[in-house]
Unconditional design. Structure first.
Length: 288
């Protein structure tokens, strides 16, 4: 099943995409909360996916065309990001292979949905791309083992975790360079685990800048695979429905190229992950 968040009458709504059509889940799930975070909790994913898919077969549909897509979780309770999690990416930046993940957070105002412009801030021309697999949490979880970690996963989505590199390196933490307004694209949809039977750690992941391939790797190059990430994070914090976890980017980022390549106004950036689809965003300059 493929879930989208879209704008409807000035509010966010949760839907299921069926080809070129969408079913508003509020039409088929009685009492489904209007807000997406409690709605995800009420759907009881991943276990509830099969029953929900059955209800969709006879549900009223509307065309996808013309819908404004939002980030799949427009305002996640936590947007957790893992840095330096691909072996070849660590190597290209001259970094040692970590024995514990680098973890930082992004705020909701840094995110945009599929098709919406990424905004290059006026204070920097070093706006870099990062193709990433994102975990979407469906059930409350704490102290997970690696063996049971995937039981809390509602699904997966795609991110271009745009980074303003000079601001990322201004201090000892990466937060400032990762939280400029509207610099991270997320979407287009949440894909439930049954749609990717090979699992999250065997997926081709690529990025394209104006049609030119910049990153081409596989999630098997992750230093900390998805179950390990979930186990480590849940030692520290309670994972809650709607939390999103960006799992790091493979090699080929712009800053490591010679000469460096950064995103600029007029560009189009695409990230594709096997089984999850394509996230596409144009790039614009911040208004003066």
């Amino acid at each position: 099943m493929r879930l989208i968040a879209f704008e409807h009458e000035g509010r966010s709504a949760l839907g299921a995409r069926l080809g070129d059509e969408v079913v508003a889940l509020a039409d088929v799930v009685p009492g489904l909360p209007a807000d997406i975070l409690p709605a995800l909790a009420a759907l009881n994913l991943p276990e509830g996916a099969a029953a929900l898919a059955e209800k969709l077969k006879s549900a009223p549909r509307r065309p996808m065309a013309g819908l404004k897509l939002l980030p799949p979780v427009p305002r996640p309770g936590k947007m957790i990001c893992i840095g330096l999690n691909y072996a070849l990416h660590a190597k290209e930046g001259g970094n040692p292979i970590p024995d514990y993940p680098a973890v930082f957070m992004r705020g909701p105002t840094s995110l945009v949905g599929h098709g919406e412009p990424l905004i290059r801030p006026k204070v920097s021309d070093k706006f870099d791309y990062e193709a990433e697999l994102v975990i979407v949490i469906g059930k409350r979880a704490r102290h997970l083992s690696e063996a049971d970690a995937l039981s809390c996963v509602a699904g997966y989505t795609i991110m271009n975790e745009g980074s303003v590199r000079d601001y990322q390196r201004k201090g000892g933490q990466w937060t400032m360079g990762k939280n400029f307004e509207r610099t991270g694209g997320v979407g287009p949809e949440i894909v439930t685990p049954d749609e990717i039977p090979q699992g999250p750690n065997a997926l081709r992941i690529t990025s394209r800048l104006n049609g030119q391939t910049m990153q081409d790797s596989n999630t098997s190059d992750m230093i900390f695979p998805v179950p390990r990430i979930l186990a480590i994070l849940s030692e520290v914090m309670t994972l809650e429905p709607g939390d999103m976890i960006a799992t790091g980017t493979p090699s080929g980022v712009g800053y490591a190229r010679k000469p460096p390549i950064f995103m600029k106004a007029g560009d189009t950036m695409e990230v594709e992950i096997e089984g999850l689809g394509v996230l596409s965003n144009p790039v614009q300059d911040e208004a003066a």
